[in-house]
Write a protein that binds this ligand. Structure first.
Ligand SMILES: [Cu+2]
Length: 147
């Protein structure tokens, strides 16, 4: 019976269409941090640098985490002399280049923590790119700067 099961599984895998395969990821990330939310707040920001060693531009199109209900891609823009955050659909990572998500610019906006978040713990992030590839990361929790 076991052999038959393996045989069936084998033929099932064989007939999976190639599009179902997750692409090998070409993007590398470092300096991955998420800020501990301010007391009483349920939203916080995350930052990282994405490097693209490939010859093709890639886009970061979504980020998910078990530790947050929702994550959006944001940037800052000047509107009437005021800095405002706006959501973006994707973040370009130039071919043979990099993009930095950092305070005052592009960032991750993370909503509704699903667990307690303490300094130096880590939270998982799953990055999705426009070619279907995914990158699994651990972000270190850091305290927000004092004002
Ligand atoms: Cu934001």
């Amino acid at each position: 019976m076991k052999a038959l099961g393996l045989l069936l599984l084998g033929s099932f895998l064989f007939f999976l269409p190639p599009v179902a395969a997750v692409q090998p990821v070409s993007i590398e990330a470092d300096e991955v941090v998420v800020r501990v939310p301010m007391p009483g707040r349920t939203v916080t920001a995350g930052y990282l640098t994405l490097r693209n060693p490939s010859e093709q531009m890639r886009q970061l199109v979504a980020v998910q985490s078990d530790a947050f209900a929702r994550i959006e891609l944001h940037t800052h823009t000047h509107v009437d002399g005021m800095m405002r955050m706006v959501q973006v659909d994707a973040i370009d990572i130039p071919a043979s280049g990099k993009v930095a998500l950092q305070p005052g610019g592009l960032h991750l906006m993370l909503f509704e923590p699903q667990q307690s978040l303490e300094e130096n713990q880590s939270v998982p992030l799953q990055l999705q790119f426009d070619d279907g590839s995914q990158l699994q990361l651990d972000a270190r929790l850091v305290m927000p700067p004092r004002r």
